[in-house]
Each structure stands twice: as C-alpha cells, then as structure tokens.
Design a protein around this ligand. Structure first.
Ligand code: CDP
Ligand code: CDP
Length: 215
C-alpha cells in the first residue's frame, strides 16, 4: 500500500500544529513540524550572531548544525530547544532566515528524508506546493488576523511574556508578508488544497472537518 501523506499549510496562528498533532495521534501518523526546523536554525543564527547576508556564513552554519525531531520535541545540536524556539525574539527573526534559498533547500532535504517511507502529517508554508506536491491530502488553514493574533497573544501571555494583542498582530502581519512575498517556495495555497477558514471554529470542529474529508 502507498504511504499516506497530509500537507497542512497556512499563515501563523491558523491552528496547523494543534490540529496536526491531534490528527497524527488519531490516525497514527508521524507529525513533522517544519516551522520548528526553521525556528531552530534561526535560533542558532541568533545565538552565534551570524550575518544572514553572508552566503558563506549561512553555508557554514547549515553544515555545522544538526536538527532532530523526536515526537513533539526538537533538538538543535543535541540540545532540547522546544521552548526556546517560540520566544518573541525568534518569532521576529525566523522569516528573515526562512527566505534564504540555501536554508530552505537544506530544510526541505531534511523534511523529505524524515518523511520517506512513513505515513506523515507535515505542517508549514510550502508543504502542498513544494515539499510534497503529490501529498495524499492537502489542507490550507486560515483565520482572520484578529483571531490569529488573539490565539497567539493568549499563548505568549500564559507563558509569562509581557506583550499585547497589537504587538502580536504586527509581528504576525510582518511574518506573513515576508512568507508570502519571498521568491523561493512562498506561502501559498496549493491549487488542489482544501481551504478551511477556522475563524470562530473550535479545535475539535476543525479536526472533524478534516477527518470527514479524509473518509
Ligand atoms: O506556528 P507559526 O505559524 O507561528 O510558525 P511556524 O509554523 O513555526 O513557522 C515559523 C516560520 O518558519 C514561518 O513564519 C516561516 O517563515 C517559516 N516556515 C517556512 O518558511 N516554511 C515552512 N514550511 C514552515 C515554516
Ligand atoms: O501552527 P499554527 O501557527 O497555525 O497555529 P497553532 O499554534 O496550532 O494554534 C495557535 C493557537 O490557537 C493554539 O493555542 C491553539 O490552541 C489555538 N487554536 C484555537 O484556539 N482554535 C482553533 N480552531 C485552532 C487553534
């Protein structure tokens, strides 16, 4: 039997990772959080103060780094960074790193190798359009900017970050803009993806909607 692959794309705060984790559990699929991979390399670049305009430096950091996904955790050079990759500092920086073609090529290679011969659900920005264009199912999740900002604000506040909905909204808007406008594999709905607007919908509503499409 062929492997099953599910591509889940959409902008920040649309609910991709929450939904992907639940569907992975229910359908016994391997969850691949591609955003976490871009976040991890962005974290390393920040830590080392690397100039992202220098191709040589990018090449060097890519070949000297290891990124491993284990369940819902992520390790950078063997160190657990699941929490640290979700700070406002990384939020504000990650899209600048993710627009660099060298970085994307390396991450996509890694994503495809993790997915090989497995039943997977992968979430990100370019999964249905670029990483697995022949995915069994493709979904594109959206929600209004107000709702996405509110969801993210609540998460950050609960983790103890001092922020406001307005600040979070600006951060998300900037990140969406960079992700949509970049040249190499931008954020875009695949033509054959099913679009689901999650505004006003509960997590369970969205999970059910996706599972219904898969029946
Ligand atoms: O969870 P959230 O939507 O806030 O972000 P994420 O999925 O963790 O992705 C963080 C950033 O990584 C995005 O804003 C993109 O710049 C980049 N990314 C990407 O370019 N391509 C992907 N497949 C996944 C993430
Ligand atoms: O991965 P992505 O950035 O698309 O979003 P997420 O991290 O899965 O979801 C952001 C937040 O919104 C999480 O705290 C979810 O619990 C929440 N959420 C929600 O309240 N209602 C939904 N229908 C989906 C997500």
């Amino acid at each position: 039997m062929d492997n099953i692959s599910i591509a889940l794309d959409g902008p920040a705060g649309a609910g991709k990772s929450t939904i992907a984790k639940i569907i992975a559990k229910r359908k016994n699929l391997t969850y691949i959080d591609t955003g976490a991979m871009y976040r991890a390399i962005a974290l390393k670049i920040l830590r080392e103060g690397i100039d992202i305009d220098k191709e040589e430096s990018i090449q060097k950091v890519l070949s000297a780094s290891s990124i491993d996904l284990e369940g819902n955790d992520i390790f950078l050079d063997g160190q657990l960074v699941t929490e640290e990759i979700r700070t406002p500092k990384v939020n504000n920086f990650v899209s600048h790193v993710a627009r660099i073609p060298l970085v994307r090529m390396k991450m996509v290679e890694l994503q495809r190798s993790i997915a090989a011969n497995k039943n997977v659900i992968m979430d990100g920005r370019d999964i249905g359009t670029y990483v697995i264009p022949n995915a069994t199912y493709k979904f594109y999740l959206t929600a209004s900017i107000e709702e996405r900002a509110k969801r993210r604000f609540i998460e950050l506040r609960d983790k103890g970050f001092d922020t406001t909905i307005e600040i979070v909204k600006e951060e998300i808007k900037n990140r969406d803009k960079i992700d949509i406008e970049r040249e190499f594999a931008p954020l875009r709905k695949a033509e054959d993806a099913i679009e689901i607007d999650t505004t006003g919908k509960s997590i369970e509503d969205v999970v059910e909607e996706i599972l219904n499409y898969m029946k």
